[in-house]
Each structure stands twice: as structure tokens, then as C-alpha cells.
Ligand binder design. Structure first.
Ligand code: SF4
Length: 65
């Protein structure tokens, strides 16, 4: 069942595409979290996009240390 208007869905997982941010189930077809998120699947299937996500993660880790 879809959440009421204005209610943000959220799972206990981080979004792989937005380092440091939680998964908010922003994609309507993501029901469980990153594991069934079509956007994550597309990004992780593309070597260039996957490398960019890795770069962003490394950047965030460097800022945190
Ligand atoms: S639904 Fe996908 S893109 Fe949206 S926050 Fe979750 S993992 Fe990230």
C-alpha cells in the first residue's frame, strides 16, 4: 500500500547512490530498498557510473576522516 501524501517512505539502508544519505525509497519501483531499486541496478551496471559512485564514496570518507 502506498504511503499517504507527504509521508516519506524509508528503510534501514543507505542509498548507494547518495553517499551518507539513507534510502528513502524515492523510486516508485523500489519496494525493499537498494536491493530492488532500478536506478541502483542501472548505475551499478555501468562501469563509468559505478566508478563515479565509488569516487563520491571515497570523497565522503576522506571528508569524514
Ligand atoms: S530508492 Fe534507490 S535511488 Fe532512491 S534512495 Fe533508495 S536506493 Fe537510492
Amino acid at each position: 500500500m502506498a504511503p499517504a501524501a507527504g509521508v516519506t517512505r524509508r528503510v534501514d539502508a543507505a542509498c548507494p547512490l547518495r553517499p551518507g544519505q539513507p534510502c528513502t525509497l524515492c523510486h516508485p519501483e523500489a519496494k525493499l530498498g537498494p536491493q530492488d531499486c532500478p536506478t541502483v541496478a542501472i548505475v551499478m551496471d555501468d562501469p563509468d557510473l559505478r566508478a563515479e559512485v565509488a569516487r563520491l564514496r571515497a570523497e565522503l570518507a576522506a571528508q569524514a576522516s
